[in-house]
Each structure stands twice: as structure tokens, then as C-alpha cells.
Ligand binder design. Structure first.
Ligand code: GLN
Length: 288
């Protein structure tokens, strides 16, 4: 007869095996996943015995995590800005750093008016959905060059019942016609293609097209900035996430293109993470 173990003792054993605080949280996430319960349930039922079949499933998934697969891919989801998002190997795993970009965008989008917002390279839809959820009057267009990623983003929009996002297959601005936006946001790939981090940790499992961008990591950022003025409304904002050491270069590129009010914002870890600039044009209401 198989001996059943309590949730608490399983968590203790795994935590000991792995050592880190993060590992403990990940073990909890895995248990929540196999039991299909939330964190509160797990904590209040820590003395319950885990059924052997559930325990076996937990062990199998733990093995995948131990062999390096990101926890978000093992359980197929990641929380971002209060949204539970489905993620797969076709999408980047949303990072807390990116919440800085969402906050910056929300700061420029009225709660009461119909602002138009564009999210370039939406991946799982994280940024577009966080904005749309918090600004129900906004019309958000989310594009990605990956059909597989867009399918995930669409499913997230349906699961979360966030209706004010439209998804479009597009390589940056390529499939857009003449629309102009109040706010354009993007977390594009920005890692240097030879950066050693690409061969370490979670990044090894994530889509390279969502991570790396040429020798200095700025190939895609350059493309986006170059075309941005065509797609920004007068006074509209471009907001880009970038690497901790790229702020100055991104700010220079924005200024060279003619964007004004250029400034850099820090992420929760205190790193320069988002640079914003706006279209200097003023709407002329006095045409003679
Ligand atoms: N912030 C991610 C990382 O360094 C990279 C995301 C990106 O390239 N857009 O892990």
C-alpha cells in the first residue's frame, strides 16, 4: 500500500531539496496546479493527505522543473498585473519588470475617453490585456508576427473576458494601414544576440525571436522608433521597454527621430527599464 503524505510534508521535503525561497513558492504553484486550487485553499488544507495519483503527477512536473523548464511553462500560466495568463513556449513569460510599462501607459490613458492604444509584439497579450482591462473605454490593437503567439493572446482575451482588444498578425507596423494611436507600447526583443544569459535559466526555453535583437540588442527598437511618428497621433506617446543598460541609446534614438519629452522610468528593481517620448505635433484647430 502506498503511504499518503500531507501537503505540508511534501512542501517541506521539496523546499529542503531545492533550498531557495523561490523554490518553495514554485512548489506551492505546482501543487495548486495539480490540485486545481488557489493559494488560500492550499494553505488552509496543508494537513490534508495528497492522493497518490496526484502526488505522482506532482512529482512528474517537479522533475520537469528540476531539469530547467520554467515553472510558467510547466503549469501553462503566469500571473501578470493581476491577470492569470495562459503561456506556452510560443510566448515570452511576462515579467514583473514589464508592469512599469503598463503603469506608464495607464498614466496617459483616460479612464473616460476612447483612447486608441497599440501593443507591438504582444506575445501572450499581457500588456494589451492589462491596459484594456484597466481602461475599458480604450480600443487596444495588439499585434504579433507569430501566429501561434496571437492564438494564445486571443484565448487569454476570451478567458479573461476582456473584449476591447483586437488582435492582428503583423510584423511591427507592417499590417497597419492608416490608423494613428494615442499610445504605442512595446516590450520588443532587446537582448544582445551573443549575450550569455540567452543560454541560461528560463531564457533557454523562451522564443528567441521574443528575446534577442541583433548585435547590440537594438535592431527592433530602432525599427519601431523609426516608424513611430507615422502611427502616433499629435501628442501621442511611444513607450518602450528595454535592457537596464540601454536607456541612453533608446532616449537618443527617440530624440533623433523627433520625439519630445523623452524620459526613462525605472522598474521595481530600480533599473532603467522603460523610455517614453511623444509626438511633438499639436492638433491645429484653427485651420483658416
Ligand atoms: N526582460 C527579459 C529578460 O531579460 C527580456 C525581455 C525582452 O527581450 N523583451 O529576461
Amino acid at each position: 500500500m502506498t503511504q499518503t503524505q500531507s501537503i505540508k510534508s511534501i512542501l517541506q521535503i521539496v523546499a529542503q531539496q531545492l533550498g531557495t525561497e523561490e523554490a518553495k513558492l514554485e512548489a506551492q504553484l505546482l501543487l495548486q496546479y495539480v490540485l486545481n486550487v488557489n493559494r488560500a485553499w492550499l494553505i488552509s488544507h496543508e494537513n490534508d493527505a495528497l492522493q497518490p495519483n496526484i502526488h505522482a503527477l506532482f512529482e512528474a512536473l517537479l522533475k520537469r522543473r528540476l531539469s530547467g523548464e520554467p515553472i510558467a511553462y510547466v503549469i501553462g500560466s503566469r500571473e501578470f498585473y493581476g491577470l492569470d495568463l495562459m503561456v506556452t513556449v510560443d510566448t515570452l513569460i511576462p515579467r514583473p519588470d514589464t508592469e512599469t510599462l503598463v503603469e506608464a501607459a495607464l498614466g496617459e490613458i483616460s479612464l473616460h475617453d476612447e483612447y486608441s492604444v497599440l501593443d507591438l509584439g504582444t506575445g501572450s497579450g499581457a500588456i494589451a490585456l492589462a491596459i484594456a482591462k484597466n481602461r475599458p473605454q480604450a480600443n487596444v490593437i495588439a499585434v504579433d508576427a507569430s501566429f501561434a503567439a496571437l492564438e494564445i493572446a486571443r484565448q487569454n482575451s476570451a478567458n479573461l473576458q476582456i473584449p476591447n482588444v483586437q488582435f492582428l498578425l503583423s510584423d511591427w507596423f507592417a499590417a497597419l494601414s492608416h490608423e494613428k494611436f494615442d499610445v504605442i507600447v512595446s516590450n520588443p526583443p532587446y537582448i544582445e544576440q551573443n549575450d550569455a544569459h540567452l543560454t541560461q535559466g528560463d531564457l533557454r526555453f523562451e522564443p528567441i525571436s521574443a528575446l534577442a535583437s541583433g548585435a547590440d540588442g537594438l535592431d527592433d527598437i530602432r525599427k519601431i522608433i523609426d516608424d513611430s511618428l507615422v502611427y502616433l497621433k499629435p501628442q501621442g506617446w511611444l513607450m518602450l521597454e528595454h535592457g537596464y543598460n540601454q536607456a541612453e541609446l533608446v532616449a537618443d534614438l527617440m530624440a533623433q527621430t523627433g520625439l519630445v519629452g523623452v524620459q526613462t522610468l525605472k522598474d521595481l528593481g530600480g533599473n532603467n527599464r522603460v523610455t517614453i517620448g511623444r509626438n511633438p505635433l499639436i492638433v491645429n484647430t484653427h485651420w483658416a
